[in-house]
Design a protein. Sequence first.
Length: 261
Amino acid sequence: MGQFDGKVALVTGTSGIGRACALELARGGAAVRSLGIDERANAELEEIARAEGLAFSVQQADVSRPADVEAALAALEAEFGGLDIIVNSAAIHPYGTVETTDPETFLRAYAVNVGSIHLTGRFGIPLMRRRGGGAIVNIASVQGHACQQNVAAYVATKGAIHALTRAMALDHAADRIRVNSVSPGSVRTPILELAARTFDGENADIEAVFRRFGEAHPIGRIGEPEEIAGLVAYLASDRGSFITGADYTIDGGLLAGLGVR
């Protein structure tokens, strides 16, 4: 018996952490629907799920668009009769200061990283309420707590996720819906590959850059998506039944020390 047998889950983002979370839930017995905009990532995830025989489907969607999210939740309800778990992992990571980031890019980052959480909650919470409760886990970032330079739009969205998580937890505690966030440090994802190429050029040795990034973490390495998924699964499961409104850093000790040498 899996810990998620009989549960229905929606996961946004089909690569990196979103992919790992979706597979973790499905391997635990949940029926999972993943939403993603990247056709290649969608196809890769669907192939993994098919090869493992998981109760899994991937739907092409732009999670910043209300119509796409509403349609996805309506289809999920029609097929499975409800919803128990939401994992909000979809994200984009533009680089720039407030001066160099154009308004369209800044607003797009908010629409994807924060707006998608609003939309999955707006259309998903009524389904959870009818099931007697549920769990929502939002993927934030250590950069919502402390940040690098030149990432104004991204860190603004991650700080907003922390605040929105608290608001949702308070607003829906009476519905028996728990809402938490996790804040990863550097994790092996397409977003981290983008960071490597941003800092070291398109021909960067990705693994060498990842090793350098890992040196900033006291544990001495970057994280793996599956490690984040393990914490997400705990928060989404009945084992986390007394946890809501919290943010959990999972960062190899990155925020534990001062950057003084």
